[in-house]
Design a protein around this ligand. Structure first.
Ligand code: NDP
Length: 332
């Protein structure tokens, strides 16, 4: 049956302006790093995307290498896009990236113009799109001159294959240099994509200040620490969880679920309950409390996780007492 999106979708989530650009993003976006590979259930993938869009999530985040195997998430997305979302293309912000190893030989990795241009062409084919809304350089390349990588992003926009560009995993000084360079080229950097959660606060050490000064947006990933910042591992390892499924390609593993982590999670869970939130919701809200954050990219293996995540955006205010308590737990 043809997909009919919920008519009230735009009343269900709030949208934040991305830096000083014209683009607004939903405070919660959806990422397809895991759960959209070749072995994942297609109807579940489809339901997750429908649930997201029905609840106002207009932004789907992909990359060339998401799968497994690499490329599979873009293929899955492309199939669902063709089936359900094609008439809605102008209501969507779709992103992809290149920067990690994608194909053999010297032209399938890092940050050369050769790699970025070819990779985006491949991504567009897999997703069945004429253009992506945001194209990211996925990680800094220590060998390729930054000028080459930034001029590749500029070229891609001029070719009409991406509307905006972004950078991911860039440290503050690298981000500042790249942002300046892109501005000079006439293709301003829309957004930076770093990891940020209660368990990983490196962005507070300079990156968020750079983005505020430069008026560039910020969209975070792994803000649930891949599921650690939820209540799911408090009583063992569920078989259907990211850890229980023994996934590879960067997924968390059992060795990360230590007594120390569980002890913190337990105490954070108690604070969340007092806020009438689940821990997952508090973890997302904690990132969104900072108005320099444009959006949080949520990963989801089930539709109910998307719904739970969206609810988080409705209470992102924290009292000083709550913040102090959270800091105390995190520093134990
Ligand atoms: P999260 O920290 O949001 O973890 C997502 C996982 O947490 C889900 O797949 C699910 O795992 C679990 N989860 C989600 N909601 C709940 C809930 N309510 N209760 C219990 N468990 C829950 O993010 P990811 O690490 O998946 O990253 C999100 C996105 O960010 C990616 O899809 C990608 O788009 C982007 N990203 C970008 C990177 C970059 O280098 N630029 C790197 C990594 C991610 P399960 O149910 O399977 O246990």
């Amino acid at each position: 049956m043809a997909y009919q999106p919920d008519e009230n979708r735009y009343d269900k989530i709030n949208y934040r302006r991305c830096g000083n650009s014209g683009v607004k993003l939903p405070s919660i976006s959806l990422g397809l790093w895991h759960n959209f590979g070749e072995t994942d259930d297609y109807e579940n993938c489809r339901n997750i995307l429908h649930t997201a869009f029905d609840n106002g999530i207009t932004h789907f985040d992909l990359a060339n290498n998401y799968g497994p195997p690499p490329g599979a998430a873009e293929m899955t997305f492309g199939k669902i896009f063709k089936q359900d979302f094609k008439p809605l293309r102008d209501e969507l912000i779709i992103s992809s990236k290149a920067g990690y190893q994608m194909w053999d030989g010297p032209y399938g990795d890092w940050g050369s113009k050769k790699y970025l241009v070819a990779s985006l062409d491949q991504s567009l084919k897999r997703m069945g799109l004429d253009y992506v809304d945001i194209f990211y350089h996925h990680r800094p390349d220590p060998e390729t001159p930054l000028e080459e990588t930034m001029s590749a992003l500029d070229l891609i926009v001029r070719q009409g294959k991406a509307l905006y560009v972004g950078l991911s995993n860039y440290k503050p000084h690298e981000a500042k240099k790249a942002i300046d360079m892109l501005r000079r080229l006439g293709t301003p950097c829309l957004i930076i994509q770093p990891r940020y959660s209660m368990f990983d606060r490196w962005v507070e050490d300079g990156l968020l200040d750079v983005l505020e000064e430069e008026k560039v947006g910020c969209i975070t990933f792994s803000s649930l620490a891949q599921g650690l910042l939820t209540n799911k591992y408090l009583h063992g390892i569920p078989e259907d969880s990211r850890v229980g499924r023994h996934l590879t390609n960067g997924a968390i593993t059992q060795s990360q679920i230590t007594e120390e982590v569980l002890n913190k999670v337990k105490q954070l869970n108690e604070i969340a309950a007092k806020r009438n939130q689940t821990l997952a919701q508090m973890a997302l809200a904690w990132v969104l409390k900072d108005n320099r954050i444009t959006s949080v990219i949520l990963g989801a293996s089930k539709t109910k996780q998307v719904i739970e995540g969206i609810e988080a955006s409705k209470n992102v205010e924290f009292s000083k007492e709550e913040l102090d308590k959270i800091d105390f737990i995190l520093h134990q």
